[in-house]
Design a protein around this ligand. Structure first.
Ligand SMILES: Cc1ncc(COP(=O)(O)O)c(C=O)c1O
Length: 379
């Protein structure tokens, strides 16, 4: 199967953000993969396209069945269909949660560095944002509980969690998620758990995912869990996600806030999602093996060839979070753009200037060539 992932696919000129936004640069930025989706997804899409009619769509029975089976078997959560809200993407759900559960004078809280929309959705609700830095202890990123207790206010209504964490690559464990949910309970906050990367844990035996869906009922009733097949099976451009909201009143408020602000969901995305959840597991296993190999090669390269850069090996995602504060340039992403022609994600957008994020979901040879350009452009 490694042939599949090793084979480059030309993406320039296909209307893709990653390659076509700055065609002059070699891209390792936005979180999608340079791999084709599994054949089962392509077959499902072909079949739906061949029908020829693309009127307004709703989730069909096959998707609902596949989704509930996925939640039961892979996330160990028995979820009734009524708890599920289908969405055309996950970021709008973060914004909806802010608008649904926060009002004037109130605040959203999150920990940094984090996926940039987490730092911006509070603007939609016109509320405040409180951020607390994650901390690295014994080579592992975690929460700074004491700082979070100091930062939280009586007006803080929503906590935005990213688990697995983008860009840190941590898959938070049961103890951490229980502690976070208890923190939300103690301060009367809704816990919004973005788990879009949960099927991308590179060694699931060593660092299993602990979903907010598994929290005891008392804590689960204040949770909104957001999931999507989009990252794992590389179908982000089709736009599809789900929110699981166990509490009736929370679910009603969330849905009511949606109003007329979201479009109908793409008819093709429903079929791609069904195929991903129903048939995608063997392909996902191969993908994880390949990405783990890339992760190991990347970490070895940075540590051996670029000793001024620092990396903590990610447990999950295909994103590497690299500390470049010691190389003496003001903005590492700009530096590597100008000196090496690379398109990287600037840490400043994640709340931490001086760092950058490198996407390693590409053929290994391409990844190593990109890393070599970084090495050669080090000051
Ligand atoms: C943590 C996280 N949430 C959400 C998204 C995007 O979700 P969507 O494309 O469904 O809006 C990403 C994409 O990189 C992500 O990393």
């Amino acid at each position: 199967m490694s042939d599949f992932f090793d084979t480059p696919i030309a993406r320039r000129g296909t209307g893709c953000i990653k390659y076509d936004r700055r065609p002059e640069l070699d891209p390792f930025w936005v979180a999608d993969m340079d791999f084709a989706s599994p054949p089962e997804i392509l077959a499902a899409l072909h079949q739906r396209v061949d029908h020829g009619v693309f009127g307004y769509a709703q989730a069909h029975e096959g998707l609902n069945d596949a989704l509930l089976a996925y939640l039961r078997d892979r996330r160990q959560a028995v979820v009734p269909l009524e708890h599920i809200i289908h969405l055309g993407g996950l970021v709008p759900a973060l914004s909806l949660a802010g608008r649904a559960f926060c009002g004037p004078g109130e605040a959203v809280m999150t920990c940094t560095p984090v996926y940039p929309p987490f730092l911006n959705v509070h603007h939609d609700a016109r509320v405040d944002l409180i951020t607390v830095d994650h901390v690295c202890q014994q080579g592992r990123w975690g929460f700074d509980w004491a700082a979070m207790e100091r930062a939280v206010t009586k007006q803080t209504r929503v906590f935005l969690l990213c688990n697995p964490q983008n860009p840190l690559g941590r898959a938070f464990n049961r103890t951490e998620i229980l502690q976070l949910a208890s923190f939300c309970e103690a301060h009367n906050m809704v816990l919004v758990s973005d788990e879009i990367h949960c099927d991308l844990i590179l060694d699931e035996g060593a660092t299993p995912h602990y979903s907010a869906l598994k929290l005891p009922q008392q804590l689960a009733r204040r949770t909104i869990t957001l999931l999507s097949p989009s990252k794992t099976w590389n179908i982000a451009g089709l736009g599809y996600a789900v929110a699981v909201i166990p509490d009736d009143s929370l679910r009603r408020r969330f849905s009511a806030t949606r109003g007329h602000t979201l479009t109908e969901i793409n008819a093709l995305s429903y079929y791609a999602a069904e195929a991903a959840y129903r048939h995608g597991e063997p392909w996902r296993q191969s993908l994880l093996g390949y990405l783990a190999g890339n992760r190991d090669a990347l970490v070895a390269f940075i540590r051996n060839q670029c000793p001024d850069l620092t990396i903590t090996p990610p447990e999950a995602t295909y994103l590497a979070w690299i500390d470049a504060r010691t190389i003496g340039v003001e903005n590492p992403a700009t530096h590597f753009e100008q000196r090496a022609g690379l398109f990287l994600s600037d840490g400043a957008y994640f709340g931490w200037p001086g760092w950058f994020r490198f996407n390693f979901a590409c053929p290994r040879a391409k990844m190593l060539a990109g890393l070599e350009k970084i090495r050669a452009a080090l000051p």
